[in-house]
Every structure is written in structure tokens, then in C-alpha cells.
Write a protein that binds this ligand. Structure first.
Ligand code: CU
Length: 278
């Protein structure tokens, strides 16, 4: 029985280290393209996760090794009695100060990344100047409101704003910012590939910025259990060239303002055929 427990406690650190080493190869690691984040900020955030993983792995493997050693020694020498220690100030200081120093180091180390991600004065200026859309989470979908082409997003809806559901287009090559809202309960705007996550709270408009490092289609999901249809809140963010993005907005304008009778004055020269195709 004793040796069995030794093997049991030895198994876990070995299994943990082996599965961590295998994780990126078998898709158990971070989402997207071989565990590589699709945004530069996401790569920095992954760096923090890896740092915490290394610290916790060292502690876990170290404590398991001590446990296995103690068990093994006990199994092989039944005469030796363990020493009962109670109220050892030196030991208590050691196991309080070491985790405290590690936590303080992590808190200081991550401050720059946190500031770049969350504090508006550190957001990229180009993104803050011109938010591309208002994103409204509601039970159970994502609604997007873009300003009319050439105009700036206003806090209140405008007659010429453009609307879509569950598909957000953003231009590639520059950081973009959205204004995040909730219509009803608490939701969470989560772009796993970009490592962007922000709660949407009723009554608040929260600015969120991101920049993909590759064009593509990325999942947008709700990361807050918001009701029976929570699972349905799966949308996409399409990161495309500036030109494709502008064309998309033009098409959207045409579709939205088409009255069934004639052409739309603003886009009649270049998008007529695209509009009829749609
Ligand atoms: Cu939800």
C-alpha cells in the first residue's frame, strides 16, 4: 500500500509535465494557429500565462517531489518516527514571504500589459480617435452599429448609422476600438484568438481596443453565462484589408437604404452591380 501511494503521487507531476510538453502539439494549449495569439497584445498576455505556469509548475513539482521522498522514506524505514512541528515561526515566515514576493513580482511585472490593455490613456491614439462601431450584447446576439461612411460614431444612434448582427468587419493594419454595451444582462465580449475579453455591463459603455496581426475570420463568443440562449451568442469578427472594409461598408449602406425603387445617390457610381448581386 505504501509504495502504491508513492507511485500515485509521483504519477501526477510526471503526467502534468508530459501533458504540458505535449499540449501545443495536440491542440490542448491556447487557441489559434499552434497556440500563437492573433494579436501582439495577445502574445504578451500569453507570456504572462506561461510565466505563471512555470512558477506554479516549479512549486507543484517541488512539493510533490518532497511528498514522494517523505513517503518513500517512511515506507522503507518503519522504525523512524516523523517529527511533529507546531508553531514554527521560521517556517511560517518562509512560506509566507516566498509566495508574497512571487505575487508582488507578478503584480509589478504585468502592470505595463494591463495598462496597455485596459487603461484608456494608453490605448493607441488612432483607435481612440475614431471608434469603428458600437457593439451591443443582448439576449442572445451581438448587434453592431457603424457610423455612416466618412462620419464618426456618435454616442446616440443616428439616422444614417449602419447595423448588422453577429458579423463585425474591421480593417487590418491598424488598431481598432469598439464601444461595448449590454442591452439587458451581463455579457462578455470574448475574442479567444486575440486574447481579448471584456465584460459588457448594462448601463455602461466600455471602450475595447484590439489589433489582429493577421487578416482572417475570428470567433466572437460570449464568455458570461447570460441565460438559456447563451450558447447561441457565437459571432465572427472579420479582419480584412482597408479596401475590403470600405467596400463592405458601401455594400451595407446600399442594402440598408435601398428602397426598392432606384439607386442610392451616395454609391450609385461604384456599387450598383454589387448591390443587385446581394
Ligand atoms: Cu452569454
Amino acid at each position: 500500500m505504501g509504495k502504491g501511494w508513492c507511485l500515485f503521487f509521483l504519477f501526477w507531476p510526471v503526467a502534468a509535465v508530459v501533458s504540458c510538453a505535449m499540449a501545443p502539439m495536440v491542440g490542448w494549449s491556447f487557441p489559434y494557429d499552434n497556440a500563437q495569439a492573433a494579436s501582439n497584445l495577445g502574445i504578451r498576455i500569453d507570456g504572462l500565462f506561461y510565466l505563471i505556469l512555470i512558477v506554479t509548475a516549479i512549486v507543484f513539482v517541488g512539493t510533490q517531489a518532497v511528498l514522494v521522498y517523505a513517503l518513500w522514506r517512511g515506507v522503507n524505514n518503519r522504525e523512524e518516527r516523523a517529527t511533529h512541528i507546531h508553531g514554527n515561526h521560521k517556517l511560517e515566515l518562509i512560506w509566507s514571504i516566498i509566495p508574497g514576493v512571487i505575487l508582488l513580482f507578478l503584480a509589478l511585472y504585468q502592470m505595463n500589459i494591463w495598462a496597455d490593455f485596459r487603461i484608456k490613456k494608453f490605448y493607441p491614439e488612432v483607435a481612440v480617435k475614431d471608434p469603428i462601431a458600437e457593439v451591443t450584447a443582448r439576449q442572445f446576439e451581438w448587434r453592431f452599429r457603424y457610423p455612416a461612411i466618412g462620419k464618426k460614431l456618435q454616442p446616440k444612434p443616428q439616422p444614417d448609422d449602419l447595423y448588422t448582427v453577429n458579423e463585425l468587419h474591421v480593417p487590418f493594419g491598424r488598431p481598432v476600438m469598439i464601444q461595448l454595451r449590454s442591452d439587458d444582462v451581463q455579457h462578455s465580449f470574448f475574442l479567444p484568438a486575440l486574447r481579448i475579453k471584456q465584460d459588457a455591463l448594462p448601463g455602461l459603455q466600455i471602450p475595447v481596443w484590439f489589433e489582429a496581426n493577421k487578416e482572417g475570420v475570428y470567433d466572437l463568443v460570449c464568455a458570461e453565462l447570460c441565460g438559456w440562449g447563451h450558447y447561441k451568442m457565437k459571432a465572427h469578427v472579420i479582419v480584412e484589408s482597408e479596401e475590403d472594409y470600405q467596400n463592405y461598408l458601401k455594400n451595407l449602406t446600399q442594402q440598408q437604404f435601398y428602397d426598392g425603387l432606384g439607386k442610392i445617390a451616395a454609391n450609385e457610381n461604384d456599387s450598383e452591380s454589387e448591390a443587385t448581386e446581394k
